[in-house]
Design a protein around this ligand. Structure first.
Ligand code: ACO
Ligand code: ZN
Length: 282
């Protein structure tokens, strides 16, 4: 997994403190030059400002008045909340988030203009505030139909289903509301691909199970908001595409579908669509 590390730039920051976690970083991230040679950085978990020294950080935490990401809360269900942050209105926050995220993302150039992006921050909330567990970013206007630019679950929160939640949220709840078909920006990391494959498999296999008769890639795409090529590669990898007399069809054998459903593992947290308060960016 960490093989790419050798080929990318030497890691600069080794650990960060964020909320109640100390987290070891994975990759190089281009922090401003005055942070060169810092092994550890202290982040404010709410405004994402970062500091070199513990005392500075403690002072900041006493006076910072944010208790959640800046921007609008667009989803709440139980203790989970999603905030939408406009990179143009919250430039510094967007830049800080990109620097933080790059520590865990390998082959991504994150330093496009944050103005052009929306950031969706997923938080676990308690009486001390809303604590970021992960996020995804999205171009306001994507020519390539990308519905997600970058996705990250912070390491202490990984493998709990948040990644799949973020994918479902970005990818399809938002795209479906916009009435668009979408796909994540490429390249995908190994973990990104695993998460997307798992998500696509679950969504597609569930629909195939309900459709006893023939269904086309096109219909699947309309129903799910998943782009046709992603549907094709997923169904291919599951060996669900059959060729007969020069025509292809999609297998809906319930036994085979059930086997795939079992193999994709836990479904993760469901997006409760009724808790989504959101209108597409104009
Ligand atoms: N080893 C093996 N499989 C894994 C691992 C792992 N360490 N982590 C996730 N997976 C797979 C599993 O199949 C898992 O499903 P399962 O638990 O049902 O078996 C599936 O991915 C999704 O698991 P989640 O718990 O929903 O995802 P998580 O919250 O861990 O987030 C994510 C996944 C966002 C990719 C996370 O690993 C991460 O932030 N990685 C670092 C950043 C990154 O690589 N982002 C994607 C870049 S590509 C892009 O941004 C377009
Ligand atoms: Zn702060």
């Amino acid at each position: 997994l960490r093989e790419h590390e050798k080929s990318t730039k030497v890691k600069n920051i080794a650990t960060i403190e964020l909320g109640r976690y100390e987290i070891d970083t994975w990759y190089f991230s281009p922090f401003p030059p005055e942070y060169n040679g810092c092994l550890k950085l202290y982040f404010c978990e709410f405004c994402l400002n970062f500091m070199k020294r513990k005392e500075q950080h403690q002072r900041h935490m006493r006076k910072c008045d944010l208790k959640h990401p800046p921007g609008n809360e667009i989803y709440r269900s139980g203790t989970l909340s999603m905030f939408e942050v406009d990179g143009k209105k919250n430039k510094v926050y967007g830049q800080n988030l990109c620097c933080l995220a790059k520590l865990f993302l390998d082959h991504k150039t994150l330093f496009y203009d944050v103005d052009l992006f929306l950031f969706y921050i997923l938080c676990e909330c308690d009486d001390r505030g809303c604590h970021m567990v992960g996020y995804f970013s999205k171009e306001k206007h994507s020519k390539e139909s990308y519905n997600l630019a970058c996705i990250l679950t912070l390491p202490p929160y990984q493998r709990k289903g948040y990644g799949k939640f973020l994918i479902a949220f970005s990818a399809y709840e938002l795209s479906k509301k916009e009435g668009k078909v979408g796909t994540p920006e490429r390249p995908l990391s190994d973990l990104g691909l695993l998460s997307y494959r798992g998500y696509w498999t679950r969504v597609l296999v569930k629909i195939l199970k309900q459709h006893k008769s023939d269904i086309s890639i096109r219909e699947l795409s309309d129903l799910t908001g998943i782009m046709a090529v992603d549907i094709l590669t997923t169904l291919h990898s599951l060996e669900l595409i059959r060729y007969r007399k020069g025509e292809h069809s999609i297998s809906t054998d319930p036994k085979v579908l059930d086997r795939h459903l079992e193999a994709t593992g836990r479904g993760g947290l469901e997006v409760d669509v009724s808790e989504l308060v959101w209108t597409p960016f104009e």
